[in-house]
Design a protein. Structure first.
Length: 94
């Protein structure tokens, strides 16, 4: 999935996330950003979006969670969806 596809899908849903991703695409280009806590109820959906954002903008993304299972679910979901995450680092800790 490409970032443009994600933004189009989110815009169709008219979500706040679509607006956030659109702004983040401009703001985070080439930068490093961190997520603390994987959204467990969605199998890491937000983590996947941020991974795509990092890949598409040449940024580095670190996802940190105290629950290793939450990170595992996000990674498994990315693999299931075929999302490559070369610029994402998963870390367990607090």
């Amino acid at each position: 999935m490409r970032l443009n596809d994600l933004v189009s899908t989110l815009k169709e849903r008219r979500t706040t996330v679509a607006r956030v991703v659109e702004h983040a695409r401009r703001l985070f280009r080439g930068r490093t950003f961190v997520e603390t806590g994987t959204w467990k109820q969605s199998n890491g959906e937000g983590t996947l979006w941020l991974s795509i954002l990092a890949r598409e903008t040449g940024s580095r993304f670190y996802s940190i969670d105290i629950d290793p299972k939450a990170q595992e679910r996000a990674i498994e979901e990315a693999q299931r969806l075929g999302i490559e995450m070369p610029r994402t680092t998963f870390m367990v800790g607090d």
